[in-house]
Design a protein around this ligand. Structure first.
Ligand code: MN
Length: 243
């Protein structure tokens, strides 16, 4: 009998206070969208140094999910006054997961905070607060519904993102006050906003679907109303199946 095992997709998580009790938190849209895309989601908590390698061995791919600001310790800077809540344990866990994924050649899809964390893990830096550093920037923290697209991005021709969206310009949602500053080596920029913020990256390997993909917006929140955003997850899950 032929057996087909769906790829296991690890999803990182944050800590929030729920009824005054510290609790694990993942936006449920990540879980739903991974299932819709054909993967089997499991949630990865924060842990100690000995755990990420085991977790990554259990998974076929990794989603770096949204949440806290990236701790500037992760890219050797001091905190700006506008820096919001950070969680150094989460950063350490996720940075180790990125290195294990790299070693084990397992795909990463990095979303929102995830794209800045991925960049920091690979040696880049983060704009700690867009409003402080770039007062002329367009609005990146929308008040509209989470799934609504609010700003334009320009997409690089020939990129994975361009192939999946079949477009060089789309509108996406925006729920961030941080962004990539100095790009890490090994990554290339594949989309920007008109104000010059980096909105998407891919690893610079030559594969049709790159090993690492990152977007600054929330495709999991848009996927419910926008089939193209689900296609991003489907392509990622397919890559995890084949790796
Ligand atoms: Mn944005």
């Amino acid at each position: 009998m032929q057996q087909f095992t769906k790829p296991v997709i690890g999803i990182t998580s944050s800590i929030v206070s729920h009824n005054t009790i510290k609790s694990l938190n993942v936006h449920e849209r990540f879980i739903r969208t991974v299932i819709q895309a054909g993967g089997v989601p499991i949630v990865i908590p924060n842990g100690t140094d000995d755990m990420p390698e085991t977790w990554m061995s259990m998974c076929d791919g990794l989603i770096l999910s949204s949440g806290e600001d990236v701790d500037p310790n992760s890219y050797l800077e001091n905190p700006d006054p506008q820096l919001q809540k950070t969680n150094v344990n989460r950063d350490n866990t996720e940075i180790a997961l990125v290195h294990c994924a790299e070693e084990q050649k397992k795909p990463i899809f990095a979303v929102c905070r995830g794209i800045t964390l991925l960049n920091a893990a690979l040696g880049g830096t983060v704009i700690q607060d867009i409003g402080t550093w770039f007062p002329q920037a367009i609005q990146h923290y929308q008040l509209a519904e989470r799934y609504e697209a609010t700003h334009d991005i320009q997409i690089e021709s020939g990129s994975w993102l361009q192939k999946i969206t079949n477009s060089t310009g789309i509108r996406v949602n925006s729920h961030h006050h941080q962004a990539i500053n100095k790009l890490a080596s090994g990554l290339k920029v594949t989309a920007k906003t008109p104000d010059g913020m980096i909105e998407a990256v891919e690893s610079s390997d030559a594969a049709a679907v790159p090993l690492f993909m990152g977007v600054q917006w929330h495709p999991e929140a848009m996927a419910r109303v926008n089939p193209t955003m689900l296609e991003l997850f489907k392509s990622f899950v397919m890559k995890c199946t084949n790796t």
